[in-house]
Design a protein around this ligand. Sequence first.
Ligand code: SAM
Length: 282
Amino acid sequence: MNYRHAYHAGNFADVVKHAIVARIVEYLKRKDKAFRVIDTHAGIGLYDLSSEEAQKTGEWRDGIGRLVEASLDEKTASLLNPLLEAVHKENQGRGIQYYPGSPRLVRHLLRRQDRLTAIELHPQDAGRLKEIFAGDFQTRVIELDGWLALGAHLPPKEKRGLVLIDPPFEEEDEFGRIVTKLEKAHRRWPGGIYAVWYPIKNHDAVQAFRRRLAESGIADVIDIRLELRPPSSEPRLDGTGMIVVNPPFVLREEMETLLPVLAGILGEEGKGRWALERLTAE
Ligand code: SAM
């Protein structure tokens, strides 16, 4: 486990991923009934963008750095508001030194009746998470292999909610593992919403992943992508993707508003591209 998210926190991929997660959580809040978010690869929850790691890559500058500087039309601003509010709260309205990772972002959005389970395997990171959420009765932090949680923790007792799967892609066949684990999780809890992040770096592997999902037997799967540039000749993170199973019915329309704007802000020379495609029928 060499991956350290502190180098990448707040980059373009985080911003797009977190904007989608925030829209799904906002959708779940349309009903009073409680829900649960299970974050299987939670990270440390809060990132200091002035840290040595963040400064070394400076990736956040072309992600959340660009987004907070951008002037947004009213519709886009209201869709991004849950994410941007969470960022501003972490910084008490002063600049952006801190960026909330997925569990912290979700926690900002929960109501009193909702719950969060944050799972992290790295002992140090799990320790940081436990400190951040100490005394928070709505959040449970578990030091555990997130892939195991997809078995043992599903379905949650609330029977409504989101499972966020955001692995570090250190394993050789991470795409293959995702499909297998997702099929298993979906069998245990077919009604849950699942959001799975993936990197657009190895373009052939992404195509194969999409094909496998299309043939997986999991119904109602969409694929959301934002690419900064045309495919690079050398392996490089050209874009960010998110698979959503059982997407909220409003998500397509929201993404059709949001993604062109985000592609303009985050894309190279304003030439980012986006796509939202259905992989399996409802
Ligand atoms: N979801 C976080 C966010 O959006 O802020 C970022 C997560 S980062 C991409 C991936 C995390 O997964 C790392 O913190 C890493 O330590 C952790 N990790 C790696 N293997 C894991 C496993 N098998 N189970 C749970 N966590 C794991």
